[in-house]
Design a protein around this ligand. Structure first.
Ligand code: ADP
Ligand code: ZN
Ligand code: ZN
Length: 753
């Protein structure tokens, strides 16, 4: 057909395609990559559709077509359309999620070295700077010309000369090859410095090994498995929420469901939060499907990533396991998608377009392909659980007990003790460690056991709390906790922008010990060493993890018994299985509880449940000690009891009263600018426009909150202001305004900070 509808790599907010004519010498099919002219330049594109006619005149021709043929599967094209539309992102950005690694940007601009005359009017220094960039060559890739060290002025002048035609530009298109895949799929996850049994086992990975047999399911597992199997056998879409405490056998249910799906001749995708994607986890899946598992995650080398992707494309694997992006791997025919730890906020892509949520996209993809979805969690997202209880989109499966040593239901959960830090202060204990935690640490270390201390640093977002009564200062208009700012000292509501002064004493009990909450891992280690001279410690927080990219090593060193106490941030709460850990201390459980974000209670509940789940995974029953200034807060109390349904009931009552998800949907709009004044005035302008449209169309069911400074108010040198739209369908209002360049749209934001 002579015309192609193409998604073009350009910043276009809506999901539109552009029409191009197909020259007779090219064959073009949907899903294929193209190079097309776009304005004054060439751009990458993906074909979405072909048509025999067009109303557009004149139509520009396709420049080049990829000799590899279609790379994006038909159902992925449909999925990309949905993502682009729902998350308000460019269609090309959505389609690019499904392209092979390294295929996203193939168009390269070349610049010809300018003649002396072309530069004649310029300052001698700028002339020299520009010419030196060509390093004597007749032409150079533009990215190499502008890379590093070219001053902003020279860069601007260069762009002007290109626009005027004084510097000639040409385009190339990288022709990329498919990578022939081979090699063991798990090798990249193997720790580098180890020669333990585990890494020897990984070396033996290959199709010759026999799959490890499935375990005999417990009665509860059998019930869940039967329902999932029935859905698979019906070859129709169905979605389940598998709720079960840590150690209740969820992974075994995933594995046996995957086996059923594979036996049908279909394939599966398993999503796991990046941080839980440990060698143990991968190995457990690999053991059931030897040589048939592809692993996709951000620590793969580019070559490994290509091998995995093309191996999947060629149908050489039955299971793809990975973080968020594994959802877009070329897996077909697709039978099952597992989303483990479905409540994890890292499933939401928040730092680049499209800002999609992997759980929502998984459900959509499964609907399209007739696949079954199993979402799993000990502490489901309140919104997910709400849908499961309503049994509309999801069916609830429960595994309420930990699997015992003998393989039955009923291994005890760790004992959780809540310590009231206000009482500790009253009794004269000013240490960060309460008396029970001091006692616990001494005993554990004395017995030769191991302990984990955990602080929730993410939450240290400037909340001001009274040390005597636990009172937190809140906004009088929105009841959101106020954030503390220095220089000038003030309190600010990040939802409505209301400002107030820092009070001299607590409005609740008049104590003068009202202050900002915060504590770092380093300081905690200092205090610990003072308490237990000679204690050996390991630290694990974001700084350490970034310095040492192979973050497993800290955990593995701890698991090997190199230190008595592991001190870390929320990262330690996830996925760590060390049977010899018998004590876990949450040093300041409250940090995070008062973040000016409506999900803060839910996050703290989830985190504390996970922390408690770390202790007592071996034969020794464990203890978790939770230190708090708010021993009565429902998130703290119910996490200690590990009572999810009770937590859900409380939380959902709050959400209903505040008209928050699941009782509404949110869209967050963020504007960032280096100039605070301009940032604020643009945010106010859009706020007025939205309110005006709301009035004009009588859309009273949509609330416009803000504008207000985002938290943190300044990020990478740019001030940030935001507006929140809340209602049953806030998109209806957003579609009534023109959104200028520079506004960032986040549909269903994971956080409203
Ligand atoms: P979860 O994924 O809910 O944390 P797992 O599937 O990892 O739980 O199970 C916890 C432990 O119980 C694992 O060591 C696993 O091998 C074991 N287990 C799970 N199901 C069974 C079973 N049916 N019989 C015996 N052991 C089991
Ligand atoms: Zn407010
Ligand atoms: Zn007080």
């Amino acid at each position: 057909m002579p015309y192609a509808e193409v998604a073009v790599d350009a910043h276009i907010r809506d999901g539109r395609t552009f029409t191009y004519s197909v020259p007779a010498h090219l064959t073009v099919v949907p899903g294929q990559m193209l190079q097309v002219p776009f304005g004054p330049r060439m751009a990458d594109g993906v074909v979405f559709q072909l048509s025999p006619t067009t109303k557009i005149d004149p139509v520009r021709p396709v420049e080049a077509a990829d000799p590899l043929g279609p790379l994006v599967l038909p159902h992925h094209l449909e999925l990309a359309r949905w993502i682009s539309d729902y998350y308000m992102a460019p269609l090309y950005a959505a389609a690019a999620l499904m392209l092979p690694p390294g295929f996203r940007s193939r168009t390269v601009a070349y610049l010809k070295r300018p003649t002396e005359e072309a530069l004649a009017n310029l300052d001698a220094a700028v002339q020299a700077a520009l010419l030196s960039r060509f390093a004597g060559r007749r032409q150079r890739a533009k990215e190499d010309v502008v890379r590093r060290g070219l001053s902003q002025d020279a860069g601007r002048i260069l762009d002007r000369l290109i626009r005027k035609g004084a510097i000639a530009r040409s385009w190339e298109w990288r022709i990329l090859k498919a990578q022939q895949g081979d090699g063991p799929s798990v090798s990249q996850l193997r720790p580098k410095v180890e020669s333990s049994d585990k890494s020897r086992m990984l070396d033996e990975v290959g199709p010759a090994r026999l799959p490890e047999p499935a375990l005999i399911p417990t009665a509860r597992q059998a019930q869940s498995l039967a329902q999932i199997a029935a859905a698979l056998d019906a070859r129709d879409h169905a979605a389940f929420l598998l709720q079960g405490v840590t150690g209740s056998g969820k992974t075994e249910v995933y594995l046996q469901s995957l086996a059923r799906c594979v036996a049908q001749g279909r394939k599966g995708i398993v999503l796991v939060p990046e941080i839980s994607l440990t060698p143990q986890m991968v190995q457990r899946i690999e053991a059931r499907f030897p040589g048939r598992v592809a692993v996709l995650h951000s620590r793969l080398s580019p070559a490994e990533h290509r091998r995995m992707w093309w191996g999947l494309f060629q149908g050489r694997y039955d299971v793809a396991i990975g973080s968020r992006s594994a959802l877009f791997a070329p897996v077909q025919p697709l039978g099952l998608i597992v989303v483990d730890e479905e409540h994890e906020w890292t499933y939401k892509q928040h730092d680049s377009e499209p800002r999609y949520h992997a759980r929502a996209v998984a459900l959509r993809l499964a609907q399209q392909t007739g696949a079954v979805v199993v979402l799993g969690s000990a502490t489901p997202d309140v919104v997910t659980y709400h849908h499961a209880l309503a049994a509309q989109r999801l069916r609830l499966l429960e595994l309420p007990y930990r699997i015992s040593e003998s393989g039955g239901d009923g291994h005890p959960l760790a004992k959780v003790q809540i310590v009231d830090m206000r009482q500790e202060l009253k009794d004269g204990n000013r240490s960060v460690f309460s008396r029970p935690l001091q006692e616990g640490l001494k005993q554990t270390v004395g017995k030769g056991g191991q302990a984990i201390l955990f602080i929730n640093r993410r939450g240290a977002a400037g909340v001001v709390q009274c040390r005597d009564c636990g009172h937190v200062l809140r906004c009088r208009s929105c009841d959101m906790p106020l954030a503390y700012h220095t220089a000038p000292e003030r309190l600010l509501c990040h939802q409505c922008n209301r400002r107030s002064k820092m009070p001299a004493d607590c409005p609740n009990c008049h104590s003068s010990r009202i202050r900002y909450l915060g504590l770092g891992t380093q300081k905690l280690i200092g205090e610990l060493e003072a308490l237990l001279p000679g204690v050996t410690t390991l630290r694990w927080d974001r700084d350490v993890a970034e310095a040492d990219r192979a973050s497993e090593t800290v955990l593995e060193r701890f698991a090997r018994g190199e230190a008595q106490v592991l001190v870390g941030t929320q990262m330690v709460a996830k996925g760590l299985h060390v049977p010899s850990v018998t004590l876990v201390g949450a040093v300041l459980a409250d940090i995070g509880l008062h973040l000016p974000d409506f999900r803060s209670g839910e996050r703290v509940f989830q985190l504390l449940c996970q922390v408690a789940g770390r202790a007592g995974r071996g034969a020794d029953p464990g203890t978790a000690i939770v230190q708090t200034y708010r021993p009565d807060h429902y998130a703290v109390v119910l996490a200690a009891q590990q009572d999810y349904p009770a937590f859900y009931r409380q939380e959902v009552a709050f959400r209903r009263a505040q008209r928050l998800p699941p009782y509404s949907r949110l869209i967050r709009l963020v504007f960032a600018h280096t100039n605070d004044g301009r940032c604020q005035s643009e945010a106010e302008r859009l706020g007025r426009a939205l309110r005006h449209q709301r009035q004009a169309w009588a859309m009273t069911e949509v609330d416009v909150l803000g504008p207000a400074p985002a938290y943190p108010p300044r990020l990478r040198g740019r001030y940030r202001w935001h507006i929140l739209l809340r209602g049953p369908d806030p998109r209806l209002l957003l579609d009534k305004v023109e959104l200028p360049e520079g506004w960032l749209v986040d549909v269903d934001p994971a956080s409203v900070l």
